[in-house]
Design a binder for this molecule. Sequence first.
Ligand code: SF4
Length: 218
Amino acid sequence: MTIREELDERLKFYRSMGVRYLNCVSGEGSDLCGGTESLDELREKVLECTACPLHKTRTKVVFGDGNTNAQLMFVGEAPGRDEDLQGEPFVGKAGQLLTKIIEAIDLQRKDVYIGNIIKCRPPENRDPALEEIQACRGFIEKQIDIINPKVIVTLGAHASRSLLEMDLPISKLRGRFRDYKNIPLMPTFHPAYLLRNPAGKREVWADMQKVRDRLRES
Ligand code: SF4
């Protein structure tokens, strides 16, 4: 895909979300990060955040967890019920499957960093609203800036579309590296999708082999 085609896809994405104009600054949530330079400072800001209505229904904020010097970072969509209760990302059945995916490329969970686009659980696990993504987006951007991984893997359509700002189905996005601020980003299926559709594991394995190869090259 050429740069022009990627730009067209991003503009299509914004139009599909009802956006009529753009200004040239990062996500609204980046204002919330202020001059934050460390993950600990950022965690403090996120834990007390009330920038969108999800703060009213959360049990715990799910900031993210893992190796702060990770070469590989996973970005999911939003906390589910188990994560909301425990305050940790990917702790339910989908989390167990993610651990197996990580181990399949000869890494341990403690080697990687795992975060979400949205830090508070949407009620009944509904899809996050555009304004919630906009409000929270600066936090994951800042986490990525601080951790500065060699490779990012986005899990599922929402995380992939949000970071890439492209309105394509995950089946079209996955399978090849995209660019996120000069970091190679591999979109792939969400582990929760794989629990419902085990046949998708073959595609995820193909994606993760590319990730493993890229990490070895770097
Ligand atoms: Fe703040 Fe994000 Fe939670 Fe909304 S979802 S209250 S923006 S931390």
